[in-house]
Design a protein around this ligand. Structure first.
Ligand code: NDP
Length: 285
């Protein structure tokens, strides 16, 4: 089956290469046409227009910076979308995915929303997986083809779901990385190298990871008994982190954001509860 790949950033290129390697005919289109050159040399067909790319087969994959690019690219393809399955693997808000499903439905196409959870070099390997949401039957029909880029992890009919899972998990990823960099900057003021600090941070992230199960149990039960890490106790520690960063004149945005969550817990009278009460102040922003 032909695969149409629109959007040839690092991710789109990796996906197109995975399909070529799996023996699929691949049709490509990209706004900057030269980004298709290597893929065409490797056997892909270059479509002259988005309409020609869409017409090439039943499955149209999009890998774009945001959903706005989808409207720019597919806005003028006329009837070409009728009967197609569009798999949009671009990041955006959950509502953008819902709106796109309605927009495509008006043109006779079905949308599968994809949230691809690995970097380009992992696409198409055993370690790759992709959240999907949208019509289950569409995913089931195309599962063998979609499996080429990564294991499908179907999350439900609402188009927003794959995007929600993607954003929630990427948030964990980027915030953890930002906290790691902040620690490196703070220690750097004392001449400590990031290399010396990295294995220690590694161990601490492992400790945080091992507590996710217990934190999740408290959140789901709506019950936050103090198990030795009360909101009040943690608030004091977080205050010290913010103070340490401010004292060396570095960017306080991240510690200040965390401090604000703890301060709100204490102000709300949750100080004696476990810090997992944070879920309530986050929910009530
Ligand atoms: P980029 O976000 O850099 O860009 C992807 C493509 O979007 C390019 O082909 C670009 O075209 C196209 N594009 C952007 N704006 C427009 C527009 N207005 N009209 C037409 N085309 C447009 O690429 P990535 O491959 O890094 O990421 C693709 C998606 O995958 C993103 O949503 C990203 O968040 C997500 N993702 C990325 C990961 C990564 O490691 N890179 C990991 C997991 C998910 P042009 O070449 O002409 O600029």
């Amino acid at each position: 089956m032909n695969i149409t790949m629109i959007g040839l950033g690092p991710m789109g290129q990796a996906m197109a290469r995975a399909y070529l390697a799996a023996g699929h005919p691949v049709t490509v289109w990209n706004r900057t046409a030269s980004r298709a050159d290597e893929l065409v040399a490797a056997g892909a067909t270059r479509a002259a227009t988005p309409a020609e790319a869409v017409a090439a087969g039943p499955l149209v994959l999009l890998s774009l910076t945001h959903y706005a690019a989808m409207y720019e690219i597919l806005g003028d393809v006329g009837d070409a979308l009728a009967g197609k399955v569009v798999v949009n693997l671009s990041s955006d808000t959950p509502q953008a995915s819902r709106d796109a499903a309605a927009w495509l439905a008006e043109r006779g196409a079905e949308l599968l929303v994809g949230g691809i959870m690995v970097p380009a070099e992992v696409v198409g390997t055993d370690g790759a997986y992709v959240f999907y949401s949208g019509p289950r039957s569409v995913l089931e029909t195309h599962e063998p083809a979609l499996r080429v880029i990564g294991r499908p992890d179907y999350r439900g009919t609402d188009p927003a779901l794959a995007q929600l899972f993607y954003q929630a998990l990427v948030h964990v990823f980027v915030t953890t990385l930002a906290a790691f960099v902040q620690g490196a900057a703070l220690l750097g003021t004392a001449g400590v190298t990031a290399r010396e600090y990295a294995p220690l941070a590694d161990e601490l992230v492992e400790l945080a990871r091992s507590s996710f199960g217990e934190v999740a149990r408290n959140i789901d039960a709506g019950d936050h008994p103090d198990d030795g890490a009360s909101a009040q106790m943690m608030a004091v520690g977080v205050d010290h982190i913010a103070g340490a960063v401010a004292a060396v004149g570095q960017d306080t945005a991240l510690p200040a954001a965390v401090k604000s969550l703890y301060d709100r817990m204490v102000t709300a009278g949750y100080g004696k509860d476990s810090w997992t009460r944070m879920i309530d102040v986050i929910r009530s922003a």
